[in-house]
Ligand binder design. Structure first.
Ligand code: ADP
Ligand code: MG
Length: 545
């Protein structure tokens, strides 16, 4: 393949434009392909002079590296949307889009018009959507745990994957959705010290008064979102200069706060969690009454606390009644490393939960917490949708087989596009095998033969490095995530194939081209662009010339 040359400095036309754009996507896909699947490798990204991130999570890699090519950026956007929408399949989107465009490029070089390829891809995508619905499996008991484990497999050890998967499944069953699960991470301990709280965790910092109780059993919790303080409405300076006025104000303040604390006590509350400040004197009065007070609780945590404890957030002590109090069987201070946290546990029928992720290093704990957040959003969708798919490439092999059977019914040249789509789908099992050090050239024909014989859930089980009925061995994937991944990869490929001219808008500053090494022979471009690119950057400028 020849690197396309621009017609002039600010216009790239026709095939050159398409081929240039295709190459930009393929470079990103080449970068991510080695991370696909449980045996995928990690990328080490230098994010600052001393900071390093190590991850194989597609969304994390793409958000950290500096990608400038406009079309490659669109791919990044598509991958991010995949992550926020479905929580899984970011690497698959990128790899699949790259492969769809690689196949399109081969057809372009053979002389097929881009519009014909687009037509073929569209026909194929419609079929794929239909097949996916047909091939989906109903989610039965235990399958949710298998699906969660598959998503974590390879990212952490197998034992840990199952342990964390169970936590995520329990959390989603309690909370229903990602928004109702607070995931915190703290370095230290091991991944197996990660735990689920059927209630909430509050980050404490400096917020507890020394004389407060540290532990309250049978907590009746008041949730407040206004400041618990009394201010002098007059000029503070005058107040300071006039000792009599100052004394009077202090007495007044003390009286008001005392009344407020008495009202809280009368309501039966023994824990007060406040979004704003609780002034020291109020803290003191609360402590005197044996009431635990926490100030500066974040708004989102306060809302989750309301869901977890069944309480209602109030803005004025006058609004407190028995029904506004939340309940937790235990509120207790704890320590993680040097930081204080507060556990609110044993809630009755909680609608929110918290997960505290521990890990050997900040990097591990952070990555796992992001993975758990994605996992929870995927699980929430699967719980609603109740369908999943066989993983390990089984579904892609089956889709490809069905497309190849269907293709001859398509008249004319778009048929070639349908065949190309089928070939592109097989990139997933191919890289899964490749990344595990297995030979795709042997395995893919074996898999195709199994599927031809009607064994539709045969795929790669990379735990045992064998071809197996992955439905039985529990390698499962989410239907919404898979569908979204294939649809957005294909839409992106279509969009790129339809751009026949790249024009720099007038007034757009052209970046002065840094001295570049000559572009390598095309077959070597993945190596030329390989990680670690300096400063975490992939330079697409040479593709943009
Ligand atoms: P993505 O970002 O696209 O989710 P992953 O790195 O999470 O990429 O890899 C997902 C792929 O790995 C899926 O195709 C899934 O079926 C496959 N996979 C996960 N666990 C296994 C396993 N134990 N054996 C075979 N394939 C697996
Ligand atoms: Mg995944």
């Amino acid at each position: 393949m020849k690197i396309p040359q621009p017609l002039s400095e600010d216009r790239i036309k026709g095939k050159s434009a398409i081929l240039g754009n295709i190459m930009a996507v393929r470079v990103v896909a080449e970068t991510l392909k080695t991370t696909l699947g449980p045996k995928g490798m990690d990328k080490m990204i230098l994010t600052g002079s001393k900071e390093v991130a190590i991850t194989d999570r597609g969304a994390s890699i793409l958000s950290l590296i500096d990608i400038r090519h406009p079309v490659a950026r669109m791919l990044v956007e598509a991958a991010k949307a995949q992550d926020t929408e479905t929580g899984d399949g970011t690497t698959s989107v990128v790899v699949l889009a790259g492969e769809l465009l690689k196949k399109a490029e081969e057809l372009l070089v053979q002389g097929l018009h881009p519009a014909t390829i687009v037509e073929g891809y569209r026909i194929a995508l419609d079929e794929v959507k239909r097949y996916l619905e047909e091939a989906s499996l109903p989610v039965e008991d235990g399958m949710l745990l298998d699906l969660a484990t598959t998503m974590l497999m390879g990212k952490v050890g197998e034992d840990e994957a199952r342990y964390l998967a169970k936590i995520a499944v329990d959390a989603v069953k309690i909370a229903g959705d990602k928004d109702n699960v607070k995931v915190l991470h703290r370095p230290g301990g091991s991944l197996k010290d990660t735990h689920l709280v059927r209630g909430m965790i509050i980050d404490l910092g400096k917020r507890v008064h020394p004389s407060m109780p540290k532990r309250v059993k049978g907590a009746r919790i008041l949730l407040v979102d206004t400041e618990f303080a009394v201010h002098d409405v007059n000029n503070a300076k005058v107040e300071l200069m006039d000792p009599a006025r100052m004394r009077a104000f202090k007495e007044y303040k003390s009286k008001v706060l005392r009344v407020a604390v008495n009202m809280i006590k009368a309501s039966g509350a023994n824990v007060v969690l406040c979004q704003k400040n609780i002034e020291d004197l109020a803290m003191f009065f609360l402590a005197q009454e044996g009431i635990l007070g926490v100030r500066d609780v974040e708004r989102d945590v306060l809302e989750l606390l309301a869901k977890a404890t069944g309480g209602r957030i109030v803005s004025n002590v006058r609004d407190i009644d028995h029904g506004s109090l939340g309940y937790a069987s235990l509120v207790e201070e704890g320590k993680i490393g040097l930081e204080e946290i507060m556990y609110v546990t044993g809630c009755r029928n909680p609608k929110a939960a918290a997960i505290l992720v521990r890990g050997g290093s900040e990097n591990t704990a952070l990555e796992v917490s992001k993975r758990l957040e994605s996992l929870i959003s995927t699980l929430a969708r699967v719980l609603r949708d109740k369908r999943c798919l066989p993983g390990g490439g089984a579904c892609e092999i089956e889709l490809a087989r069905r497309l190849r059977t269907f293709a001859p019914s398509v008249n004319g040249k778009p048929q070639l596009g349908v065949f190309a789509f089928a070939d592109a789908l097989e990139v997933i099992p191919r890289y899964l095998a490749d990344n595990a050090g297995m030979d795709p050239l042997t395995l893919l024909p074996m898999l195709r033969a199994k599927h031809e014989a009607g064994r539709v859930s045969y795929g790669l089980d990379l735990r045992d490095r064998e071809i197996k009925d992955v439905r039985k061995t529990g390698i499962l994937e989410s239907l919404p995530a898979k569908k979204h991944a294939i649809v957005s990869a294909s839409e992106l490929a279509e969009m790129i194939l339809k751009i026949d001219e790249v024009i720099l808008a007038r007034g757009l500053e052209k970046e002065s081209p840094a001295p570049q090494p000559p572009v390598q022979a095309p077959s070597a471009f993945p190596e030329a662009m390989d990680f670690p690119a300096k400063g975490g950057k992939i330079d697409f400028k040479q593709l943009m010339m």
